[in-house]
Ligand binder design. Structure first.
Ligand code: GDG
Length: 729
C-alpha cells in the first residue's frame, strides 16, 4: 500500500537561508523542533512548509526564485513573509502574547489588536500555501504556537483533510488561558485538527479543561465529540535522535574538544547549563542559587566551575534585552566577588556553539543544571543523558520542565528554591559513580526506546487511527423519511428481532446505576410488542441476571444479563456460553505493551488464563486516563474474541470467559431467519451489538454521540415513541 505523504508545517523551515551580497546559502536551523523532526523528514515522503528566515522585502524576486528552487531539492517549501509581518506576527503576537501567557508569565503578555490581526493574516498565508500544495490523501502535521489558527482554516476549506497539531510549549491552566482576549478563536483554531498532541498529561488536562469551561464539550478518554466530528487529544512526550548523541563521542572533533576543555579546566568539577536567553529558562534564579551554593560551601571555591552557554534569542523583544542585561550584570557580580587569580566561578558564553562543542560539553560535564521556571519539554536534559556513554554525570532538573515526567531518576528541583538547588549540587558532587551509572542507565533505556522517530511515528499512527474511527463513527439522524421506511419494513416482515438495551434506552439515563425497575408503562409497551407473535423482544443489559429475572418474571421475553454473560430464552431458564481458548493473548499483548511504553510505571502481569495491565505505580490521574483509553481500545479489539475486560482497582484484566453484548446478539441473530432486526442502545457496550448486526438490520444510538449505529435519536422518550409507532401501524 502506498504511504501517505506528510506535510510538516512549522513557522521555521529546518534550514535557514542567508544572503551575502548576491549569494544565498543555507544552514541547519537551531531549536528542538527543527533538529527533532529532521530525521523524520528524511525518512518519509515528506514536504516541509515554513518560513526560510529571510524577509521578502529585503531580497528581491531573483533571490526568491533561487530560494524556491534550492529548497525544492531538500523537499522544503518556503512561505515568504515581510519584515512588518515578522515584526507583528512573530516578534509580536507569538512572542509578546502567546509565549509569555502559555508559560504562565501573565505579567509580560501584551494584548494588542493589531498584532492579533497580523497573526490571523500570516496563518491565512500558511493556509493558502498548503491548499496550493496539499493532495487529498496527504497528512498535514501543524507544529506549535505560531500556527494555532491553521487547523480550523484548513478544515473550513477542505473538511476531509487529515490534520494533526502538536504544541511544543506548555498549555496553561484554564484560569490563565482565559485571560486571552482571543481565547475562543485560538481554541476553535486548534480544534480544527483531528489529533492534538502535547508533551505532558498536565498540558492535555489544561487544554481539556479550557475546552470544557469555554465551549462545554466533555471528553472521554481524550476523545471529544466536537461539532459532529470525533477528535483526540493525547500525550506524546517528544524524544531525541538518541543515536546521534550517544555516538557523538566517536566524532574526532568532539574528542579533540573534550581534550581541550579538560586541558583548560583541569580537575575542577564542571556544572553545565545550556539554554536560549529566555526568561522562562530561570537563568537569574539559577545564578542566585549557584552563588548561594558557593557562599554556603566555601570548600568548593576553586574546585567547581559553572559553564553557562546562553544562546541569543528574540533580541528585538524588550524583556529579552532586559534579561540579557540582568544576566550580564549578575555574572559579573558573582565572578567579581568570588574569583581568584587563576579561577572564575562562571564561564559565560553568549553565543550559539557548533554541535561537536555542544556534545563535548555534555560529555565532560559532571552536572547539568537545568532549572527552567516553565518549559514545554527541555530536550537539552535528554541530550545530556544520551551523550553520557560512560554513564557518569548527574542531571539536576527543574520539576517545571516537561522532561521531568520521564526523567524521574534525575535530581528534581523547584527552580525557585535556592536551598534545594544548592543542596542538590552538593549531593550530586558527592554521588558515587555506581549510583550515577545506575540512574543514567535507567533513563537512557527509556530515551533510547522512545526516540524522536518513534515519537513521530506514534503521532502519525494515532492520527490515522482517529481518522478510521471517524469513518466508523459518524452521527446520522433518523430522519422522518428513514422512519417511514423502517415502519414499512416492519409491516412487511414476518420474523422480527428487537435487541433493546435497558438503562439509558428504555429508561432515562438519569436513573442509570440506580435500581429502578421498569414502570408499568414500559412493561405495557413490551407486552404490546410481544402480543404480535412475529416479534421476539430481547433486553440486552449489563445488569445482574437475578435483577432482570425479578423485573421480567412474568413477561416471556429474552434477556441478556451481565453484558452478555447470561442468556434467558424462557422465563427462569438461564445459561452461559463456554469460554474460548487462550489464543487471543498474542493479539492483545502488543496493545498492552504499547500502553506500558507510553505510561511510565505501568506493567503487564501474565497469568495462566488472563493478562493484566497494572497501573498502581503511575501518576494517578494519568494512569486513570490511560486505563479508560486502554479499556476502550480493548473493547473494540476483543469484541469478536470472546473475552471479558474487567476494570478492577488499578488494574485492567482480560479473561477468556465472559461474552460481550455483541456475542449475545450473534446468539439471538442465529436463532431464526429474521427479516427485521432493530437494535437500540446508548452505551459503549452496545457498540458491540451494533458491530455484529447484519447489514440489513436497523441500529440506533440513543443520544448525539457518534456511533457504529446507522442512526442516532435524541432520548429514551423518543425510543418509546418509535416503538409505539411501530406497533400502532
Ligand atoms: C521548544 C520548547 C521543547 C541549544 N543551544 C545550542 C543548540 N541547542 C539545541 C539543543 C536542543 C535545542 O537546541 C533546544 O531545545 P529545548 O527543548 O531545550 O528548548 P526550546 O528551543 O525552547 O524548544 C521546549 C522543544 O521546543 C521541543 O518540543 O522541548 O520546551 O520551548 O536540541 O541541543 N544546538 C547547538 N548549539 C547551541 O548552542 N548546536
Amino acid at each position: 500500500m502506498k504511504m501517505a505523504r506528510i506535510l510538516i508545517v512549522s513557522n521555521r523551515l529546518p534550514v535557514t537561508a542567508s544572503k551575502n551580497k548576491d549569494k544565498i546559502s543555507f544552514l541547519p536551523s537551531a531549536g528542538g523542533l527543527a533538529t527533532g523532526m529532521s530525521s523524520f523528514h528524511q525518512d518519509y515522503d515528506c514536504q516541509w512548509i515554513g518560513w526560510p528566515g529571510l524577509v521578502k522585502d529585503k531580497i528581491g524576486e531573483k533571490s526568491i526564485q533561487e530560494i524556491i528552487t534550492k529548497l525544492e531539492k531538500l523537499n522544503n517549501y518556503p512561505v515568504f513573509l515581510s519584515q512588518s509581518q515578522i515584526q507583528a506576527y512573530y516578534n509580536g503576537f507569538c512572542n509578546k502574547t502567546i509565549w509569555p501567557l502559555f508559560h504562565s508569565f501573565t505579567q509580560y503578555a501584551v494584548y494588542q489588536n493589531s498584532l492579533w490581526e497580523e497573526y490571523n493574516r500570516v496563518n491565512k498565508i500558511f493556509c493558502q500555501t498548503i491548499l496550493n500544495t496539499a493532495r487529498p490523501d496527504d497528512i498535514i502535521w501543524v507544529h506549535d504556537y505560531q500556527l494555532m489558527l491553521l487547523p480550523k482554516m484548513l478544515r473550513q476549506k477542505r473538511p476531509d483533510l487529515t490534520i494533526g497539531f502538536f504544541l511544543h510549549i506548555p498549555f496553561p491552566p484554564q484560569e490563565i488561558y482565559r485571560l486571552l482576549p482571543w481565547r475562543d478563536e485560538i481554541l476553535e483554531g486548534i480544534l480544527g485538527a483531528d489529533l492534538i498532541g502535547f508533551h505532558t498529561y498536565d498540558y492535555v488536562r489544561n487544554f481539556l479543561d479550557s475546552v470544557l469551561r469555554l465551549f462545554g464539550y466533555e471528553s472521554s478518554m481524550g476523545y471529544i465529540n466536537y461539532q459532529n466530528r470525533i477528535l483526540k487529544v493525547d500525550t506524546f512526550p517528544m524524544g531525541i535522535d538518541y543515536e546521534r548523541f550517544s555516538s557523538s563521542i566517536l566524532n574526532p572533533d568532539t574528542k579533540k574538544e573534550i581534550e581541550k576543555i579538560r586541558d583548560q579546566i583541569g580537575e575542577k568539577k564542571i556544572i553545565l547549563s545550556i539554554d536560549r536567553m529566555d526568561y522562562t529558562k530561570g537563568i537569574i534564579k539559577r545564578l542566585e542559587a549557584f552563588e548561594f551554593f558557593l557562599q554556603k560551601n566555601p570548600e568548593y571555591l576553586e574546585k567547581v566551575i559553572l559553564i553557562m552557554v546562553v544562546v541569543p534569542s528574540r533580541i528585538r523583544v524588550k524583556q529579552y534585552q532586559q534579561l540579557k542585561q540582568q544576566v550580564d550584570e549578575l555574572v559579573g557580580e558573582i565572578n567579581g566577588k568570588y574569583a581568584t587569580i587563576g579561577w572564575s566561578p562562571i564561564r559565560y558564553l553568549f553565543q550559539s556553539i557548533p554541535f561537536y562543542e555542544l556534545t563535548a560539553l555534555y560529555y565532560v560535564a559532571d552536572i547539568a543544571l537545568l532549572t527552567p521556571l516553565k518549559d514545554g519539554m527541555n530536550l537539552v536534559a535528554k541530550e545530556f543523558i544520551a551523550t553520557k556513554n560512560n554513564n557518569k554525570g548527574v542531571l539536576i532538573l527543574s520539576e517545571m520542565a516537561g522532561a521531568a515526567n520521564e526523567l524521574g531518576e534525575a535530581l528534581i528541583v523547584n527552580p525557585n528554591n535556592r536551598e534545594q538547588i544548592s543542596w542538590s549540587i552538593k549531593y550530586a558532587l558527592n554521588m558515587s559513580d555506581k549510583i550515577q551509572k545506575k540512574r543514567n542507565q535507567i533513563m537512557q533505556k527509556r530515551l533510547k526506546n522512545y526516540h524522536v522517530k518513534k515519537w513521530a511515528d506514534d503521532f502519525k499512527e494515532s492520527l490515522l487511527q482517529v481518522k478510521s474511527r471517524q469513518a466508523e463513527f459518524s452521527a446520522k439522524d433518523l430522519s422522518p423519511k428513514k422512519r417511514l421506511e423502517m415502519i414499512e419494513d416492519y409491516q412487511k416482515s414476518k420474523n422480527r428481532l428487537f435487541l433493546l438495551d435497558y438503562d439509558g434506552t428504555l429508561i432515562s439515563n438519569t436513573y442509570k446505576f440506580k435500581k429502578i425497575k421498569p414502570s408499568k408503562k414500559i412493561l405495557n409497551l413490551i407486552q404490546q410488542l410481544i402480543q404480535d407473535k412475529k416479534n421476539q423482544v430481547v433486553i440486552v443489559s449489563g445488569r445482574e441476571k437475578d435483577t432482570l429475572e425479578k423485573w421480567f418474571a412474568d413477561i416471556n421475553i429474552g434477556l441478556v444479563a451481565g453484558h452478555g454473560t447470561w442468556l434467558r430464552e424462557r422465563i427462569g431458564q438461564w445459561k452461559t456460553v463456554k469460554p474460548l481458548s487462550n489464543k487471543w493473548k498474542t493479539q492483545i499483548k502488543p496493545l498492552l505493551e504499547l500502553y506500558v511504553n507510553r505510561t511510565p510505571g505501568s506493567f503487564i502481569q501474565e497469568k495462566e488464563y488472563s493478562l493484566a495491565w497494572h497501573y498502581i505505580k503511575t501518576d494517578p490521574s494519568f494512569g486513570q486516563m490511560r486505563a479508560l483509553e486502554l479499556k476502550s481500545s480493548l473493547l473494540f479489539l476483543t469484541s469478536n474474541l470472546n473475552l471479558e475486560i474487567l476494570h478492577g482497582e488499578k488494574v485492567i484484566e482480560i479473561k477468556p470467559m465472559g461474552i460481550s453484548k455483541g456475542l449475545s446478539a450473534d446468539y439471538w441473530i442465529s436463532q431464526k431467519d429474521w427479516d427485521f432486526i432493530l437494535a437500540i442502545g446508548d452505551d459503549w457496550s452496545d457498540e458491540d451489538t451494533f458491530q455484529n448486526l447484519p447489514d440489513s438490520a436497523y441500529s440506533i444510538k440513543v443520544g448525539t454521540r457518534s456511533s457504529l449505529s446507522k442512526y442516532n435519536i435524541k432520548s429514551s422518550i423518543e425510543v418509546k415513541t418509535l416503538l409505539k409507532e411501530l406497533i400502532s401501524k
